[in-house]
Design a protein around this ligand. Structure first.
Ligand SMILES: O=C(O)c1ccccc1NCC(=O)[C@H](O)[C@H](O)COP(=O)(O)O
Length: 208
């Protein structure tokens, strides 16, 4: 199986044709404070139009279990991605409620990689560190830090990925999923063309 793709920060219907054509494995909806934040109602409308192959992921930062559970049910999410300082116990509670949980870890040094082992979750997302741990910065951390380090799986690589560097990331890190937001935007808006190019690069179906 090849590496899966998550296109994060979907906000409106303009991207739906390319999502329906390319069928990325995951689509992300940001509920955390962000310029990409969507309401539960908007997410619900977009999620209802995703192809069946694309799993909807909700991105939260430091929300209560009750708020995430309610938003997740209303919007029709399948995976909750926790991008703040949520504890291992918060993740465990959500899993007991039946949610699949991806925990995001901002990586600023090799030491940060030790945090992954403190959690038992369904995905370990390593990302560059934005303010308060926020993602969607378009910045990357040195992926070489991941090479040869035993890490729990599935591993989701995020932060500063673009169509022109994603093949290198795949070769160096071989993650389970690559997660992109800024790298498929033009002037702050998701670009259907860049989304298509990115997914083709990952699937190695682009013209060299
Ligand atoms: O995307 C955001 O604006 C965001 C805000 C707050 C917390 C998380 C956020 N995004 C999470 C993601 O999964 C992004 O895809 C990931 O951080 C990669 O972003 P980018 O470097 O822009 O590709």
């Amino acid at each position: 199986m090849g590496t899966a793709v998550k296109i994060c920060g979907l906000m409106n219907e303009k991207v739906l044709p390319v999502i329906r054509e390319m069928k990325p494995e995951y689509a992300g909806f940001v509920f955390a404070p962000s310029r990409r934040r969507v309401s539960v109602a908007t997410a619900r409308e977009l999620i209802a139009q995703l192809p069946s192959e694309t799993v909807p992921v909700g991105v939260f930062m430091n929300e209560t279990v009750a708020a995430m559970d309610a938003a997740g049910r209303q919007a029709g999410l399948k995976i909750l991605q926790l991008h703040g300082s949520e504890s291992a116990e918060t993740c465990a509670r959500l899993r007991r409620e039946g949610w699949l949980v991806w925990k995001a870890f901002p990586i600023t040094s090799l030491d940060d990689l030790k945090n992954l082992h403190r959690y038992e979750v369904d995905g370990y997302l390593v990302d560059a560190a934005g303010i308060g741990g926020a993602g969607g910065t378009g910045k990357s951390f040195p992926w070489q830090w991941l090479v040869g380090v035993p890490l729990p799986k599935p591993l989701i690589l995020a932060g500063g990925l673009r169509p022109d560097n994603v093949r290198q990331a795949l070769e160096e890190v071989a993650p389970t999923v690559v997660d992109v937001s800024s790298g498929v935007e033009i002037r702050g808006e998701k670009s259907p063309r860049q989304i298509g190019i990115f997914i083709r690069k990952v699937r190695n179906t682009h013209d060299e």
